[in-house]
Design a protein around this ligand. Structure first.
Ligand code: PGA
Length: 261
């Protein structure tokens, strides 16, 4: 199966459902409602990343081109004795087009830049579009967090070719802004500065032409109140949305707002 290119002109809105919802029935009904909205939008590509056991039933519901199912993680080997894991090849065959790697919640349970790098390479080999999550735990006055971000990018993308760079998205998610214990979202203005820095690091790795084409997403406490502001003012091409993606009506209204911005 060949990969689908990341659309350069569209906004990419990724729903990360994490370990929710509790039942397949709820997953199906939330997904149906999101799909109904997402499949008629021209300017938005919607990606829903459910728990992996819901991927196949949800995938079977897809008919349009504009709503994709994604994986929240993949393993760094394609098969073998890895209890509890799912591989990039298995995800691809199940109909997945995008895979998140390096989410802060996975890094918190031991994921390293080195394993993320292996995951990216194996995912690219399967022609998946890879969403690399990066983000600092704290933002210090001395801007040491920028070195931290640089290392996350450089080590995760080590050995990735320019040709494959076209299948990579970078999701900037400051950890202090992610999830239920988040203090607040970042501001679009501060995000814009960080996004410029990320772009610069990508240019150092892949050269200007390739790096300029790589989508950068923002994630961390995005909801209906700030989604469009981030896309307008933070220099990002998309959003990675956790909590606000579990409510179909709320998430659908974000999708429509982004379509109309
Ligand atoms: P949040 O999660 O939108 O609930 O902060 C974002 C994420 O974890 O990707």
């Amino acid at each position: 199966m060949v990969g689908k290119r990341i659309p350069k002109q569209k906004k990419i809105i990724v729903a990360n459902w994490k370990m929710n919802p509790l039942s397949l029935r709820e997953a199906m009904s939330t997904f149906s409602a999101i799909k109904k909205t997402g499949s008629v939008l021209r300017n938005v590509q919607t990606v829903v990343c459910p728990p992996s056991l819901y991927i196949i039933p949800l995938r079977e519901k897809i008919s349009g081109r504009r709503v994709f199912v994604g994986a929240q993680d993949i393993h760094y080997e394609n098969s073998g004795a890895f209890t509890g894991e799912v591989s990039a090849g298995q995800m691809k065959k199940a109909g997945v087009q995008y895979a998140i790697v390096g989410h802060s919640e996975r890094r918190a349970s031991g994921e390293t830049n080195e394993s993320i790098n292996k995951k990216i390479k194996i995912g690219l080999g399967e022609k998946l579009n890879m969403i690399l999550c990066i983000g600092e735990l704290v933002r210090d006055e001395q801007a040491e967090y920028l070195d931290f971000l640089r290392r996350e990018i450089v080590e995760a993308l080590d050995g990735v070719s320019r040709r494959d760079a076209g299948q990579i998205l970078v999701a900037y998610e400051p950890i202090w802004a992610v999830g239920r214990n988040a203090r607040r979202a970042d501001t679009p203005a501060d995000t814009q500065e960080t996004v410029l820095f990320i772009r610069k690091v990508l240019m150092e790795i892949f050269g200007e032409t390739f790096a300029l084409n790589m989508p950068i997403l923002y994630g961390g406490s995005v909801d209906k109140n700030n989604a469009v502001d981030f896309l307008k003012d933070a220099g990002v091409q998309g959003l990675l949305i956790g909590r606000a993606s579990l409510d179909a009506a709320h998430f659908s209204s974000i999708l429509r707002d982004v379509e109309d911005m």
